[in-house]
Design a protein around this ligand. Structure first.
Ligand code: SF4
Length: 269
């Protein structure tokens, strides 16, 4: 019998389940910002035209608010007046650094991420597999191992981004894989906290150890697709299972959660 967390994830986070959901969702403080976010979302969702926008957005998604990261391809397009990969390829690294580091910085780490952006464009153009077309990363129903490893091969892409990207392709873009067993959970503060409070993993102070516990437990729960529970746990962590005051009474996981809430050693906020 499957764990109820897996059952719930199967009913809400399946192939194409988020096909009409925006990727950039945060609150906007003005109409102008709202319009910008909507345009940035449409832009990064258009993987038929600009598959590299999706890859580049994923690579930006660390150390900063997700909306800020996912808006960077659209910012670059507005700045350059083009987003054709052949045009991006002509831009020098120092020019990207200048764009990322302007009056309003595009990222908390503008120099590092400008280099990641530049290197990714070069990799997309220069590698035999892609030859300028980033969609070849996920074309023709590949194995999940291949897709995850192709993402990890980009400068600046770690375990978390590679698995998150594969999971998003499955849910938000309807990309099919020949198997899903190498798409792991992408542990962050929310998913780790939820796993602990559900009673699935022990509380430990070392964040790296906690990550490993979460990854291994998710594999045990659903070996066919360990990352399936990722979206559900992330959303519950953000909306209900807050570090300070969890909203257990309204939480969708409340019926089977062990509510192991040990704030004194919960170091991730
Ligand atoms: S029931 Fe409470 S402790 Fe358990 S996941 Fe939900 S909010 Fe967190």
């Amino acid at each position: 019998m499957r764990h109820p967390l897996v059952e719930m994830a199967c009913s809400k986070y399946y192939h194409k389940s988020h096909i009409n959901e925006p990727l950039i969702i945060g609150k906007a403080i003005s109409l102008e910002e709202k319009g910008f976010k909507e345009n940035a979302d449409k832009f990064v969702r258009n993987i038929e035209k600009y598959p590299h926008a999706f890859v580049l957005a994923c690579l930006m998604d660390s150390g900063v608010d997700a909306d800020a990261a996912w808006s960077i391809p659209y910012r670059a397009c507005k700045e350059l007046g083009t987003f054709e990969i052949s045009d991006l390829y002509k831009i020098k690294e120092h020019q990207y650094i200048g764009m990322f580091s302007g009056e309003k910085k595009w990222h908390r780490y503008p120099i590092i991420k400008a280099k990641v952006f530049h290197d990714a464009v070069h990799k997309i153009v220069e590698t035999k597999l892609m030859n300028g077309d980033a969609s070849r990363i996920w074309a023709d129903k590949p194995g999940s191992y291949d897709v995850v490893m192709r993402f990890i091969d980009f400068n600046g892409c770690g375990f978390k981004i590679a698995n998150m990207a594969s999971n998003i392709l499955f849910r938000y873009f309807g990309v099919e894989f020949s198997d899903y067993s190498f798409i792991d959970i992408a542990p962050d503060v929310h998913t780790m906290r939820v796993f602990q409070r559900l009673g699935l993993t022990p509380y430990v102070k070392d964040t790296e150890i906690a990550r490993i516990y979460t990854i291994v437990r998710a594999r045990e729960l659903n070996p066919e697709f360990p990352g399936l529970v990722d979206g559900l746990c992330w959303e519950v962590g953000r909306e209900f299972c807050r570090p300070g005051k969890p909203k257990c009474e309204n939480c969708p996981l409340g019926t089977f959660c062990e509510k192991v809430i040990l704030e004194e050693i919960n170091v991730w906020r």
